[in-house]
Design a protein. Structure first.
Length: 323
């Protein structure tokens, strides 16, 4: 059976039957629009799209995995603003010959990842398309706090990281070479482990700037540096190379620091804090904010004045859709 055989509304019924309702969902799927509670009176919103062949391959992971990845990419953006995620809206563009069970499993992954933060899928849309595409919009609540922007970093601030970087990029490289191990790296690519609570926690601690590391640590820190008009120096020795990553790098002829410094899709959170703030776990210092660096568009990793151990980093900075 295919999604064409089930039909649009039959497939919607199958998918929505697998979705729970979080506490912020007042009206869920089934009406013209959802109704989501906004106790703060402000709504944080972010959207992201995953296109088959560009962002994922079905032979590299199952539909449940993709559901986790698609939800995580958006929920992490909400957390990076210092907010708590409340709801997801999902639009699916599906090849007519796709099995309906694939869409159901995708819904399972979306719902499971959203449930980690008490959010839920509250609505969306479906369409036929030759290219499988998953577009997700996330909503969040600031809880009375000011949003943590990219533009607030100040010279002397401590740069800190919550979560891991490099694991998903290493897993992607392993899969691209036709391997399925080490499991630690492959699973990191399929289902990122995002430190969602660290975002609101950072806001309460007084973080001056924050960003979700989705495209690569150096590339994303470049956004912070440009928005804040500062330089950022990353300390290479702040990163430990796990054994599985070291072994995979040696086998594949890759410098593991390329994954750590420029690899995306782990959705760690990077933030800057005043130096007087005592950083509790999971936050750990990885660098420092400096006086304004040379601001350039494109080029090397420094792009916005980012250096590694005080030196310009000339390797790849991270992901760019149009390069």
């Amino acid at each position: 059976m295919s999604v064409a055989g089930v039909g649009e509304f039959g497939l919607i019924d199958r998918v929505t039957a697998r979705l729970g309702a979080g506490p912020a969902c007042l009206v869920g799927p089934g009406d013209d629009a959802a109704v989501v509670a906004a106790p703060d009176s402000r709504v944080v919103a972010s959207t992201d799209v995953l296109v088959e062949g560009r962002h994922f391959r079905r032979d590299w992971g199952g539909a449940v995995d993709l559901g986790h990845r698609a939800a995580a990419a958006n929920l992490a953006d909400i957390a990076a603003m210092g907010a708590t995620p409340t709801a997801l809206l999902v639009a699916l563009c599906l090849p007519p010959g796709l099995e309906p069970g694939w869409a159901e499993q995708l819904a399972d992954g979306l719902a499971a990842e959203a449930a980690k933060v008490g959010a839920s899928v509250v609505g969306g849309d479906m369409s036929a398309s030759p290219t499988l595409t998953v577009a997700v919009t996330a909503l969040g609540d600031l809880g009375g706090r000011a949003p943590v922007l990219r533009s607030g970093a100040r010279p002397g601030d401590v740069l800190a990281l919550a979560g891991r970087v490099g694991y998903a990029a290493a897993g992607c490289t392993v899969l691209s070479r036709g391997f399925r191990t080490p499991k630690l790296l492959v699973e990191a690519y399929r289902r990122p482990e995002v430190p969602y609570p660290a975002g609101p926690h950072a806001a309460r601690l007084g973080a001056t700037a924050m960003i979700d590391v989705s495209d690569g640590l150096l590339a994303d820190l470049g956004h912070v540096a440009r928005a804040s008009g500062v330089g950022i120096d990353v300390h290479r020795d702040a990163f430990e190379v796990p054994r599985q990553m070291r072994d995979a790098a040696q086998a594949l002829g890759v410098d593991p620091y390329t994954w750590l410094l420029a690899g995306g899709d782990d959705h760690a959170l990077a933030a800057t804090f005043p130096p007087a703030v005592a950083l509790p776990a999971p936050w750990r210092p990885i660098g420092v904010v400096t006086e304004g660096g040379v601001v350039t568009e494109g080029g090397g990793a420094a792009g916005g004045g980012v250096t590694v151990d005080g030196e310009r980093y000339d390797g790849p900075a991270g992901w760019d859709h149009f390069r």
